[in-house]
Design a protein around this ligand. Sequence first.
Ligand code: ADP
Ligand code: ZN
Length: 290
Amino acid sequence: MRIGALEAGGTKMVCGVGNEFGQIECLEKFPTRTPETTMPQMISFFKEHKIEALGIGCFGPIDLHKESTTYGCITSSPKEAWRNYNILKEFSKELACPIGLDTDVNAACLGEMEYGAAKNCKNVIYITIGTGVGMGICAEGTLLHGVMHPEAGHMFVKRLPSDSFEGTCPFHKDCLEGLVSGGAIGARYGKKAYEIPVQDVAWTYTAHYIAEAIANLILTLEPERIILGGGVMEQEQLLFLIQKEVISLLHGYLGIKQLHKIEDYIVRPGCKGDQGVLGALLLGRNELSK
Ligand code: ADP
Ligand code: ZN
């Protein structure tokens, strides 16, 4: 089977072709410009490769309800050119094949469950901490959508009394994304996140808020594994700080054995950057087999 995969991001569109076993044959990246510029590039890529199905993991928010008249539409995205753009419909017009669609983070979660750090798990949370904060959630083997899809990157966390930074989220100011996204860290400290020294207190704050969000998620969903990806997690020291802080915040309340081996519970992605494309490949495969 030749399956197309698209990891649609705000900065770049990663297009791939692979098979139902997760073997990626080729990958090509296109910068995310306007739909008028970028869509034709992606469409010719997929046409050239004669794909039998396509899977799309897309930045959001997106309308994922099949019965909705705007199914497949990117909704209130900060990427203005793509706002209210029906990415699914436009691909469907050009490619005569089944197309599966989900959020970028749900796709990454799926990729990690099949090929990465969450094999054999049915309850998984994939968190990306990059330009924004996004979360893909799988509960009892089903990717969660709810009324729209989880946007837990915007959850509210309890502020540290010593922290007066107002936050950068245009909707909520100091939600999680407004405090710990790459942009928020940059705005708070006046330099790029990757320029901040490893020992800086910036990472203690960042770890604290991410750990608060994770503690809330553990209490709510009792996941079997939590995977942390995205550019900000390139800071090697951050994962350990987060793991330690989660244990401290939960304060022995949950007797789950996973917390005793936290290095196997809150982990880095196992697909090493390919989780989004691999997940999209699975979305395409699943759509084809329906
Ligand atoms: P995107 O979220 O657009 O898909 P990334 O996951 O790569 O992209 O995240 C980009 C963000 O991560 C930027 O805000 C950048 O400042 C931050 N970032 C990238 N590398 C590092 C690093 N080594 N340390 C801290 N932050 C980083
Ligand atoms: Zn927010």
